[in-house]
Design a protein around this ligand. Structure first.
Ligand SMILES: Nc1ncnc2c1ncn2[C@@H]1O[C@H](COP(=O)(O)OP(=O)(O)OP(=O)(O)O)[C@@H](O)[C@H]1O
Ligand SMILES: CC(=O)N[C@H]1[C@@H]2OC[C@@H](O2)[C@@H](O)[C@@H]1O[C@H](C)C(=O)O
Length: 393
C-alpha cells in the first residue's frame, strides 16, 4: 500500500444495546481532489459473553457502579476489544504492522450532556470505558479512544459523532438524505443536497430498539433479548391509548441540539411503561407492537418537527440493528412515505448496517492521528471544531 495516500485502520464499536463488539478493517485513500475513499475490508461482530453483558448493565445503575467495578471493567473491555481487533485484522488477511491505527468507541456507561453545577462550575460529562492503553499494548497498534469528552470540553453534547463521517461518505449533489441509525438509541443525520460540512445536522430521535428490547426482556422471561424479525410485534396490535401516552414524553419536543441515552429510556422508564400497560390490561404482544410503532413514530415526528420544512428529504437510509426488524421498517414507511421520503436500508444501497459505526470510528481515529478536527460543532453544539480522541501509543 502507498504509505502516503492509503492506509488501513480498525474501528471498534460497542453500542448502547450492549449486544457485543463490532470490529471493522477499512482501507482509507486520500484522493487528489481532496476527498477520501473508504473501503470495508473485513467486519466481525463478537457478542459479549453473557456474564459480561450483565455486569455492564449493572454499571448503568450509579448505585452499583462503584469505582472498583468501573476500573476493572475498563480493563476487561480493553482486553476484549484488543481480541476483537486482532481477530478482524486476521480475517482481513493483514498483519498488525500493516494497521496504522485502531479507533475504539468504548462502552458508554453514563452520558450526562446537560449542565450540572458542581462547586460553582458547569459540568457536562460522559463515560465510555474500554482502556485504550490495553488495546495498544496487546495489539502493538496505536489506539485512539475516549472521543466524546473533547467535544464536551468545548460545550458540545459529545454526541452524535458519526455524522462527521456520514458527511464524508454519503453526501450527494442532488438528493437530500436522512441517515437514520436504529441502535439502542435512534439518531438521525440530515445531509442536504450539495451541502457543506457546516450544513449537516443531526440529533438523537429518541429510543431506537431500547424500549422494544426492554419490554421483550421483561414480558418474555428467558433468553430473548430482542423481538427477532419483529415476530412478536407482528402478532400484536397497537394500543392507541398507550401510544398516545408514550408520545407525550417531553424529549421528543425538546429543541436541537439534543442527545439521549439509557439514563432516559432505560430500566426505570420500562418499569413505568409496563405499569401503565398493566393498569390498562394490555396483552404482551400488543405492548411490543405499541412500542415498535412509537419508535417509528418518534422518527417521523422528528422529521416533521425539525427537518421537513427547510430540508424536504428524498431518502431515509436506515442502519443499525433496527433495520432487521421488518415491522419497525414497515411502520417507518407509513410515517415517511406520505411525505415523499423513500425508506431504504444501508444494505439496499451497498453499505453494511452492522459495520457502519465501526467504520466511523476508524475514520475518526484517522483524523485524530492527522491532528485534524473531527467533530461537527453544528451537530453537537460545540463552540468550535476540536480534535477528539486520546492516543495510546
Ligand atoms: N434480527 C433482528 N430482529 C430484530 N431486531 C434486531 C435484529 N438484530 C438486531 N436487532 C436490534 O438491534 C439492536 C442492536 O442494534 P445495534 O447493534 O445497531 O445497536 P448499538 O450499536 O448497540 O446501539 P447504538 O447505535 O444506539 O449505540 C438489538 O438490540 C435489537 O434490538
Ligand atoms: C453517548 C453515546 O454513547 N451515544 C450514542 C448512542 O447511540 C446512538 C446515539 O446514542 C448516538 O448519540 C451515540 O452513538 C453514535 C455512535 C454517535 O455518536 O454518532
Amino acid at each position: 500500500m502507498d504509505k502516503h495516500s492509503s492506509r488501513y485502520a480498525v474501528g471498534l464499536m460497542s453500542g448502547t444495546s450492549v449486544d457485543g463488539i463490532d470490529a471493522a478493517v477499512v482501507s482509507i485513500t486520500d484522493n487528489p481532489d481532496g476527498t477520501m475513499s473508504v473501503q470495508l475490508i473485513a467486519f466481525e461482530n463478537t457478542p459479549y459473553p453473557a456474564g459480561v453483558r450483565q455486569d455492564i448493565f449493572n454499571l448503568f445503575d450509579p448505585a452499583q457502579a462503584t469505582v472498583d467495578k468501573i476500573g476493572s471493567m475498563n480493563v476487561l473491555l480493553g482486553e476484549l476489544y484488543a481480541e476483537a481487533a486482532s481477530s478482524v485484522i486476521a480475517a482481513a488477511g493483514l498483519a498488525s504492522a500493516e494497521i496504522a491505527v485502531i479507533g475504539s468507541h468504548g462502552q458508554t456507561i453514563y452520558h450526562a450532556p446537560e449542565s450540572e453545577k458542581l462547586h460553582g462550575y458547569d459540568i457536562h460529562y460522559t463515560v465510555q470505558i474500554g482502556e485504550g492503553s490495553v488495546i495498544a499494548a496487546r495489539t502493538g497498534i496505536p489506539c485512539v479512544s475516549d472521543f466524546r469528552p473533547a467535544d464536551m470540553a468545548v460545550g458540545g453534547q459529545g454526541a452524535p459523532l458519526v455524522p462527521f463521517t456520514e458527511y464524508l461518505l454519503y453526501r450527494e449533489a442532488h438528493r437530500t438524505l436522512l441517515l437514520q441509525n436504529i441502535g439502542g438509541i435512534g439518531n438521525m443525520t440530515v445531509i442536504p443536497a450539495g451541502c457543506s460540512q457546516e450544513q449537516v445536522y443531526a440529533f438523537d430521535t429518541g429510543p431506537g430498539n431500547m424500549i422494544i428490547d426492554g419490554v421483550v426482556e421483561r414480558l418474555y422471561p428467558g433468553p430473548l433479548t430482542m423481538d427477532i424479525g419483529g415476530a412478536i410485534a407482528r402478532s400484536g396490535n397497537v394500543h392507541e391509548e398507550l401510544l398516545g401516552l408514550l408520545q407525550q414524553e417531553p424529549y421528543y419536543a425538546q429543541p436541537l441540539p439534543k442527545s439521549t441515552g439509557r439514563e432516559h429510556f432505560g430500566s426505570s422508564y420500562i418499569d413505568w411503561l409496563l405499569d401503565q400497560a398493566k393498569l390498562r390490561g394490555i396483552r404482551a404482544e400488543d405492548v411490543v407492537a405499541t412500542v415498535t410503532r412509537l419508535t417509528a413514530w418518534s422518527i417521523g415526528d422528528a422529521y416533521r418537527r425539525y427537518v421537513r420544512e427547510q430540508d424536504p428529504a428524498d431518502v431515509l437510509l436506515v442502519g443499525g440493528g433496527g433495520s432487521y426488524n421488518p415491522v419497525l421498517i414497515g411502520f417507518l414507511r407509513q410515517e415517511m412515505e406520505p411525505y415523499g421520503v423513500k425508506v431504504m436500508t444501508q444494505e439496499e444501497v451497498g453499505h453494511s448496517s452492522d459495520a457502519k459505526e465501526a467504520v466511523a470510528f476508524a475514520l475518526l481515529a484517522d483524523y485524530a492521528m492527522k491532528r485534524q478536527p473531527n467533530n461537527l460543532p453544528n451537530v453537537t453544539g460545540a463552540a468550535r471544531p476540536i480534535i477528539m480522541g486520546k492516543i495510546s501509543y
